[in-house]
Write a protein that binds this ligand. Structure first.
Ligand code: ZN
Length: 117
C-alpha cells in the first residue's frame, strides 16, 4: 500500500538530489530507481506544480507543491485520461500510483520539463 515518506525519509531523499530520479534509492525498501510525475496547477495566483516522487516496489511516495515559474511539462497523460477527475484520484494515493506506474511502463512517463511559452 502507498505510504507517504516521513521527515527522515525525505532527509535521505534530499541527499540524493544531485542524481537523476531513476538513480535514487527508496529510503523505505532500498529499491534503486524512483519515478516522478508532475502536474501543472493553474488557477492560482502563480502557476504551481504538484510533484510526485515514488517507489514502484513499495509505493513509498512524497507529494509536494513548487512554484512552476516559467516551467511546464511536455505532456500530462493523467490529465488527458481523467481531466476534472484528477483531484479525486489524488485522494487515493495507492490507486493513483498504480495508474502512474502504468504510464511509466508504457513510456508516457517520465515527462520532460519545458519552458512555458
Ligand atoms: Zn520502496
Amino acid at each position: 500500500m502507498a505510504r507517504r515518506y516521513d521527515d527522515s525519509d525525505i532527509e535521505v531523499l534530499r541527499a540524493q538530489l544531485d542524481r537523476p530520479v531513476t538513480e535514487r534509492t527508496c529510503p523505505l525498501c532500498g529499491h534503486l530507481g524512483l519515478r516522478s510525475y508532475h502536474r501543472e496547477k493553474l488557477g492560482r495566483t502563480t502557476p504551481s506544480m504538484i510533484n510526485y516522487l515514488w517507489c514502484s516496489a513499495c509505493h513509498g511516495y512524497s507529494s509536494s507543491f513548487t512554484a512552476a515559474e516559467r516551467r511546464t511539462v511536455d505532456r500530462d497523460p493523467l490529465q488527458d485520461a481523467y481531466g476534472d477527475r484528477v483531484p479525486e484520484l489524488m485522494r487515493d494515493p495507492e490507486g493513483l500510483l498504480v495508474i502512474l506506474d502504468g504510464y511509466w511502463e508504457d513510456g508516457r512517463l517520465p515527462q520532460a520539463m519545458i519552458r512555458r511559452r
